[in-house]
Design a binder for this molecule. Structure first.
Ligand code: BGC
Length: 393
């Protein structure tokens, strides 16, 4: 064997020995790492930080409004999920750790500001309105008939489906449904239409006046009529605000905004001439009361059980309070209402059961109201200045 061959064999021998020791060391390292992994896995099992995933997605709104002054808001969706895996080993008698799953989702609705929206305070409003409630026998052509009203407000007749679409130059801030429970008060209705139409138009609102007539000889049931008015108005169009309004109540100032608030029910008529412009009592919500669709559905509308005069508004106050919705009253000194004087209403006697019914107002509210409303017949009649729902109870 040449010396070169002997040297090569010696190198191969050394390399084999080195590989032999290295493989031992490597397996030690692998075992050590595997043990560490196992330990970590066991630690993971008990660590609350385990499997914590936080996803924050920023979704910029794609809506770009031509000429919009305020940049469109960004929607931020944050989802935090914490999942604690329970141990698979079960020791007899030991409590299995509960599976903890926390999911928090915050979604902010994008607020799109319409650059053509009418101003918050309409420049067309005048403030105090001269109200003349002299009866018709004292004055000619007074209160104005529908035809006379159309002559005074020709813009009313141009509105398809009687929805007043607001002023031509800006987009109205609210679509308001004014719902008036009614029976045989022709003169009151004329006054109401004359003053209320003017006020709503000066406020630059989109609106419809719905008159809900009890079309039978039964005792007047205001709550049922208002519920029926809401159901029918919803079929008629999309509204942001539903204002339930007495026909004999006239706003004395056109700055009393006939819009609604998302967080609160609005009681407009807390200061009436009839009661010396003072709240009748704490919690009184009668006269003119405004709800968003959601608020009215949350309280299940009015009770259907108040037959005759009084109580349905006090019952409503209990429903609102029970659902923890606040009532907001525009407390400015100009917020005042006039009442059209009237004699006794045949067919609308005092409700002697009102106090008794009120005692159970909140226990009954889920089963007595909008959801359980049933009437015999509803007919719609479109008049020149209002939409009428004739209801047989
Ligand atoms: C009745 C209410 C009514 C108020 C004013 C109260 O006694 O319970 O329903 O709105 O009087 O007439």
């Amino acid at each position: 064997m040449s010396s070169l061959m002997r040297l090569k064999n010696a190198w191969i021998f050394v390399a084999l020995i080195l590989m032999f020791f290295l493989s031992f060391h490597l397996s030690d390292v692998l075992i050590e790492n595997a043990e560490k992994d196992l330990e970590e896995l066991i630690e993971d099992d008990t660590s609350p930080k385990a499997l914590l995933t936080t996803t924050t997605t920023k979704i910029p709104t794609t809506t770009t409004l031509k000429g919009a002054k305020t940049p469109p808001k960004v929607t931020t969706k944050t989802t935090t999920t914490t999942t604690k895996k329970p141990k698979t080993t079960t020791v007899k008698g030991a409590k299995t750790p509960p599976k903890v799953t926390t999911k928090t989702t915050t979604t902010k609705k994008p607020e799109v500001v319409d650059p053509n929206a009418c101003p918050l305070v309409s420049p067309l409003t005048k403030g105090d309105i001269k109200i003349d409630l002299l009866p018709s026998n004292k004055k000619d052509k007074w209160p104005p008939s529908e035809d006379e009203l159309i002559k005074l407000m020709p813009q009313l007749s141009n509105n398809v489906g009687n929805i007043y679409k607001g002023p031509p130059k800006c987009n109205c801030r609210s679509k308001t449904a004014v719902i008036v429970p009614y029976r045989a008060r022709t003169e009151h209705l004329k006054f109401f239409l004359f003053y209320t139409h003017q006020m709503l138009q000066r406020q630059q609102l989109c609106y419809v006046i719905f008159v809900v007539t009890q079309d039978d000889r039964e005792t007047f049931n205001k709550g049922k009529l208002m519920n029926a008015g809401f159901v029918e108005a919803k079929k008629y169009g999309e509204f942001d605000c539903f204002i339930f309004h007495d026909v004999d109540l006239i706003a004395m100032n056109d700055k009393i905004s006939y819009t609604c608030k998302d967080e609160q029910v609005v009681h407009y008529s807390f200061a009436m001439k009839q009661f010396d412009f003072k709240p009748l009592y704490l919690g009184y919500v009668g006269g003119a009361l405004g709800f968003t669709k959601n608020q009215f559905e949350t309280v299940n509308g009015f009770s259907n059980q108040y037959v005759g005069r009084g109580g349905e508004d006090d019952d409503m106050q209990r429903r609102i309070r029970f659902r923890q919705i606040k009532v907001w009253e525009p407390k400015e000194s100009f917020v005042k209402y006039a009442n059209i004087p009237h004699g006794k209403d045949i067919g609308y006697p005092q409700n002697k059961l009102a106090t008794k019914l009120m005692e159970k107002a909140t226990t009954r509210m889920d089963t007595d109201g909008l959801k359980s409303l049933s009437v015999k017949k509803v007919t719609m009649a479109k008049h020149k200045t209002y939409v009428e729902f004739l209801v047989k109870l």
